[in-house]
Structure formats: structure tokens, C-alpha cells
Design a protein around this ligand. Sequence first.
Ligand code: ADP
Ligand code: MG
Length: 240
Amino acid sequence: MVELQAIGKWYGHHQVLKNCSCQVREGEIVVVCGPSGSGKSTLIKTINGLEPVQEGVIRIKGRSIQDGGPDFAKLRASVGMVFQHFELFPHLTVLQNLTIAQKVVLGRDEKAAVEKALLLLEKVGMAGHRQKYPSQLSGGQQQRIAIARSLCMDPFLMLFDEPTSALDPEMVSEVLEVMRDLAQEGMTMMVVTHEMGFARNIADRILFMEDGAIVDNTDAHSFFAGAPSERAQLFLSRIL
Ligand code: ADP
Ligand code: MG
């Protein structure tokens, strides 16, 4: 479903992604971990075209996303992205947050958009909050709304960039719960997270990044059974 081939990216003279190659198969859950500044966010942003690359090829469902063209916007709309800081529209209600892109990007009418939104609010346990504004919700609730908003676009791939790291500890599990449900339903996911308990539960594969490179790409079972590189082990020993 996703294929990165020898990706290289620079910010000015600073190379932030170095020869990164990996694949995500349909239905697979890939967790990306590694120290701060190692390029995790940049890597997943390249996948939905938020960050252009200077080297290598990125294919989604077999098609290069660098070619542009009319299908590109559609392809990109099918890749959901959830960030650390929810990035909901503060001046819109929860329901409006969930319907606006459906209407503007997918051209759905109000009725269809609202129907979809209510379905997904139900799914993340937030149906009772549809008329509230983001500022009236806790961080965990806002993040669940952000996930529901992404899902309204019928994505075939979800990218998560540290979705729980801005949350108070007691709110982490409600968000992980939603993600775990998604994973169990077969959603293809790429998740940057330091929640190693979560990774152990749901990940199929772990990518470990360091200094712009993917230094480990291991099936989750071997990773947690102690197979990762020394550098990954050192990292794990610091955060666990
Ligand atoms: P991570 O998510 O693993 O913490 P990032 O992908 O955010 O790492 O960053 C990788 C490197 O790229 C870091 O050295 C960071 O300082 C640099 N970087 C990230 N975004 C930018 C930017 N917009 N301009 C310049 N440098 C950036
Ligand atoms: Mg990051």
C-alpha cells in the first residue's frame, strides 16, 4: 500500500532523511519510534505529500505521489493524518469540524456529511458533544474528535504522529483505545509513538529511526523479544 524507496530529504544543507526505504502492506500496523529529531515526523509527512523529498520514490497503491496530476488531491485526501496537537478548527463546532472537509474536498451534501460525522462521533464515543467547541473539550476528547474527522474522509491509510504525547496521562488510554479498535478493524496504520505497551499490543512491525535513517525494520514480535539493534535497545531502556 505504501512504498518508500531510498528517500532523501534536506532542509537547506541539513539532511533529515537518509536513504529511507520501507513498505507498509494493506492492513499492517507499523510503529515508528526513535529519538527526538531522528526524522519520524518528516518521514510520515512525506507519505501524504506534506513534505516534498529530493531523492527517491514514494508510491501509494502503486502510484507515485510525486507525479502530481488530478488524482493526486484525491489520493492525498484518502490518507488520514492525526497530529500531536489535534489541530481542530477552534471557531467551528465538533460537528462542523467533521463535516467541512467532507463538503469542500469530497463534495458531499450537508445531509450525507452530517450522517457520516454522527456515525464516526458515535464510534469514538463523542456523539453527545457534537455542538461543543474544541476549547470546551479535554485533550483526549479533542484527539478523538481529530481521529473521527480524519475517518470521515474514508481514508485507506491512517498516519499518526505522536497522537498521545501532548495528553495528560489519564487521557492517553482513551485515545489508544480508539486506535486499537481501528487496528482491529483492519485499517492500515503508520504510528509514530513512544507508547511501547501499545506498540507491543498492536504493531506488526517496528521501524526504529536514528539520525534520519531507518536503522531497524523488524517484525514486532522479534523486536520485543530482544532482536533490535543495540541502538534501539539503548533507546528502549531509556524510555521504558
Ligand atoms: P522527530 O519527529 O523524529 O522528532 P523531525 O522529523 O521533526 O524529527 O525532525 C528531523 C530533523 O529535521 C530535526 O533535525 C529537525 O530539527 C529538522 N526539521 C524538522 N522540520 C524542519 C523544518 N521545517 N525546517 C528545518 N529543519 C527541520
Ligand atoms: Mg516528531
